[in-house]
Design a protein around this ligand. Structure first.
Ligand code: AMP
Length: 277
């Protein structure tokens, strides 16, 4: 499978075809499909990978119960006119002898990294492997996982991978909740309450635009708004950040990142907005 993908990619490259690549963990929704659509509009060959990467799940996280829907995914990708579905198995990706990891330091420890040690190293290791197998000219990632896009761009630049990283806007439900495979875990009451994440970001973005208060105050209001929702059991982080370094902002730059991560019961939800002045 792995070898077939590698040979197919080489053949397309040899024929001068551009390969666009969309890495995913499956249980595909319209967010994933917006990346496929963008790749379809820009590249000759569209490759989508589905791989629930054990390396990026920590102890006690949801690797085993992560939603899987291979039949549904296949149909959606056919309809979206993807050319190749690459679904390697974990044993082939990580044989016993596997010893190499790619870690982007500093950026990987901030925001989600502080709560998910080792997570981004798992992401960069698998994305690096997938890039070598698929050989894309462009790879498509969602802004939903903003920190991931910053880290992957850093890896691509640092390791001279020569892949264009394209960031695609977050697709949301009509009530503002960002689409996520993990939304399937939410109880009906949690699902009803979940748009508070986006509402909190929107309210904060108005304050950033108006520079109505310093970043620390906006951060405090975001925490207060989230904690007013009784179904939120933990606010892991919420605040105003520098979009390049992911560090907490002490003053406003040209572009501001608003980001948050909360737990609703056992479900971890993240969201973010970029605000331009
Ligand atoms: P995942 O399967 O969760 O690893 O996501 C695969 C890719 O889809 C990542 O680049 C995500 O950022 C992107 N993605 C996930 N949810 C959304 C969304 N709601 N809108 C846009 N892209 C998304």
């Amino acid at each position: 499978m792995l070898r077939v993908m590698q040979d197919t990619a080489k053949r397309h490259l040899y024929q001068g075809k551009s390969i666009g690549f969309v890495p995913t963990m499956g249980a595909l929704h319209e967010g994933h499909l917006s990346l496929v659509k963008r790749a379809r509009s820009e590249c000759d060959i569209v490759v989508v990978s589905i791989f629930v990467n054990p390396l990026q799940f920590g102890q006690g996280e949801d690797f085993e119960r992560y939603p899987r829907d291979s039949e549904g995914d296949r149909e959606k990708l056919l309809r979206a006119r993807a050319d190749i579905l690459f679904a390697p198995d974990a044993a082939a990706q990580y044989p016993e002898s596997f010893s190499t990891h790619v870690t982007v330091s500093a950026l990987s420890e901030r925001l989600c990294g502080a709560f998910r040690p080792g997570h981004f190293s798992g992401v960069t290791t698998v994305v690096c492997k997938l890039f070598h197998i698929v050989r894309p000219v462009s790879a498509y990632f969602g802004q939903k996982d903003y920190q991931q896009t910053v880290i992957i761009k850093r890896m691509v630049e640092d390791l001279n991978m020569g892949v264009e990283v394209v960031v695609v806007p977050t697709v949301r439900e009509p009530d503002g909740l960002a689409l996520s495979s993990r939304n399937a875990y939410l109880s009906p009451a949690e699902r009803k309450a979940a748009p508070v994440l986006y509402r909190t970001l929107l309210a904060a973005s108005q304050e950033v635009k108006a520079q109505a208060a310093p970043p620390v105050e906006i951060k405090a209001r975001m925490h207060a708004a989230l904690l007013q929702e009784s179904l939120i059991s933990e606010v892991q982080y919420a605040g105003v950040y520098d979009p390049a370094t992911l560090e907490e902002a002490t003053e406003f730059g040209k572009r501001t990142l608003l980001a948050l991560a909360v737990k609703m019961g056992s479900t971890r939800l993240i969201d973010n907005l970029l605000v331009d002045r």
